[in-house]
Design a protein around this ligand. Structure first.
Ligand SMILES: Nc1ncnc2c1ncn2[C@@H]1O[C@H](COP(=O)(O)OP(=O)(O)O)[C@@H](O)[C@H]1O
Ligand SMILES: [Mg+2]
Length: 371
C-alpha cells in the first residue's frame, strides 16, 4: 500500500496539516523532541486501527480544547493499485467515516481497507507487556488476512459479554448453559483461526528473528489458548469453571485469556531477554507480521518506524532499512535527525521537517548532505 496524501486537523499539537505527493519508498520526518513527529504517525495508525498506538482517541489524541479531530488519506492499494480515499472524524466517543465516497457503518470497515504496522518505543510491550498486546497483534493480522475472522470474533465477543453480565447477576449455574454452549463454539473457532495464523506466521518469524538475533538460536512460537485445550473442549472447561466464575463475576477460561510467546533455542528455561533483545524480538514480530500480510495479500502494509535511531543500534537500523528497502514497502520514518543508516545505505528518501506545529517539505538531496 502506498499512502499518497495525508491530511489531518486538531490532532495533538497540530491545527491543520496537509502532506501531498507522498512517495512510495522511505518518507522521513525530522524535528526536535516534542515537535510532533510521533503525532504524524499516529494520524496514519488511526486509520488502520481506529486508535493510536499511544492509546484511544479520547485519551489525548484530540488537540486540547477541540471537540474532534479529522484525518483524510488517499492511498494506492489492492490488486489493481486503485486509488482509495478515506476520511475519519473522531470526537472520542462518536465518530463518522467515509471510504471511497460511501459512509462506513463500523470502524472495522475502514480499518480493513487500510493496513499499517508500527514499530515505536512502546512496541517492546508486545514482548514484555500484558497478554492483551499479543492478542491484539494476532487478531489484527487475522482481521486482515482471514475473511471469516470478524464474524467469529464478533460472535465470541457477544457471547462473552452476555455470559459476564449473567455472572454478575448471580444466577443458578445451570442458567449459564446456553452461553457456555455459544461461547464454547465461537471460542473454539476463534482458537483454530489463531492457531492457523501462528502456523503461517512461524516461518516469517523464524527467518526475521534469525536476521536480527542470530545469537539466540532458532526462534519458535508458543501458544496458550486460554484454557487446558489439550485436556478438554472449551464448553467443558466453561462448565467446570461456573462456580468459580460466579464467585469472581467474570469468565476465567477461554480465548479472552489466550497468549503467545517467542521462544529461542539458545535461551532455554527461564533466562529472560535483555531490554534490547525484547525490542529486537518485538521488531522481528512486527516485520514478520508485515511479511505474512504481504504473502497473503500480495502487497505490503505501510510501515511506520517511530524514532528508529533511539530504539536500535546502528547495525540493526541498517538491517531493518535494508530489509524494507528491498521489499518495496512504503516506510514512514521519524527521528530528531536523518538516521545515519539511511546514508550508509545510500537510500533515497522524501524528507519533511516538523517545526512550530507545521510540517515542511525539505529537498531530498539534503538527507545525505546533512550527515
Ligand atoms: N491533546 C493535545 N493537545 C495539544 N498538544 C498536545 C496534545 N497531546 C500532545 N501534545 C503536544 O504535542 C507535541 C507533539 O508530541 P509528539 O508527537 O510526541 O512529538 P515528537 O514525536 O516530535 O517528540 C508535544 O509537544 C505534546 O506536548
Ligand atoms: Mg516521538
Amino acid at each position: 500500500m502506498h499512502l499518497t496524501r495525508l491530511q489531518f486537523a486538531r490532532l495533538r499539537c497540530f491545527d491543520e496539516v496537509a502532506l501531498e505527493a507522498l512517495e512510495a519508498g522511505v518518507v522521513l520526518f525530522t524535528g526536535a523532541n516534542g515537535a510532533g513527529k510521533t503525532s504524524v504517525l499516529e494520524a496514519v495508525h488511526l486509520l488502520g486501527y481506529g486508535r493510536s498506538f499511544r492509546g484511544r482517541v479520547r485519551d489525548g489524541l484530540i488537540r486540547s480544547g477541540a471537540a474532534d479531530l479529522q484525518v483524510y488519506a488517499e492511498w494506492r492499494g489492492g490488486n489493481d493499485g486503485r486509488l482509495h480515499r478515506a476520511g475519519l472524524q473522531h470526537a472520542g466517543r462518536h465518530w463518522a467515516a467515509r471510504l471511497d465516497g460511501e459512509a462506513v457503518a463500523t470502524l472495522a470497515d475502514l480499518c480493513a481497507a487500510f493496513a499499517v504496522v508500527t514499530f515505536e518505543p512502546g512496541s517492546h510491550e508486545l514482548i514484555a507487556g500484558g497478554a492483551e498486546h499479543r492478542r491484539r497483534f494476532l487478531d489484527w493480522a487475522l482481521f486482515h488476512v482471514e475473511p471469516t475472522f470478524l464474524p467469529v470474533w464478533r460472535r465470541f465477543a457477544r457471547a462473552l459479554k452476555q455470559r459476564n453480565a449473567l455472572l454478575k447477576s448471580g444466577p443458578v449455574p445451570a442458567a449459564l448453559e446456553p452461553w457456555d454452549r455459544e461461547l464454547g463454539e465461537a471460542g473454539e473457532q476463534l482458537t483454530r483461526l489463531r492457531l492457523g495464523f501462528l502456523d503461517c506466521l512461524r516461518p516469517a518469524l523464524v527467518e526475521t528473528a534469525d536476521e536480527f538475533l542470530p545469537e539466540l538460536g532458532t526462534a519458535d512460537l508458543g501458544f496458550h489458548p486460554g484454557w487446558r485445550r489439550e485436556e478438554l473442549p472449551l464448553h467443558d472447561a466453561l462448565v467446570l469453571s461456573r462456580e468459580r466464575d460466579l464467585l469472581l463475576g467474570h469468565t476465567t477460561v477461554g480465548p479472552q485469556r489466550a497468549d503467545w510467546q517467542v521462544r529461542y533455542a539458545g535461551l532455554p528455561g527461564r533466562e529472560s531477554l535483555s531490554r534490547g533483545q525484547e525490542k529486537l524480538t518485538a521488531l522481528a514480530c512486527v516485520l514478520a507480521q508485515a511479511r505474512e500480510f504481504a504473502r497473503a495479500r500480495g502487497e505490503w502494509p505501510v510501515i511506520c518506524l517511530d524514532d528508529l535511531a533511539s530504539e536500535l543500534d546502528r547495525p540493526h537500523q541498517e538491517q531493518v532499512l535494508r530489509v524494507l528497502l528491498s521489499s518495496g514497502a512504503q516506510v514512514l520514518l521519524t527521528g530528531t535527525d536523518p538516521p545515519p543508516a539511511l546514508r550508509a545505505l545510500d537510500a533515497p528518501a522524501q524528507w519533511f521537517h516538523v517545526e512550530q506545529r507545521r510540517v515542511f517539505p525539505r529537498p531530498p538531496a539534503q538527507v545525505g548532505g546533512a550527515l
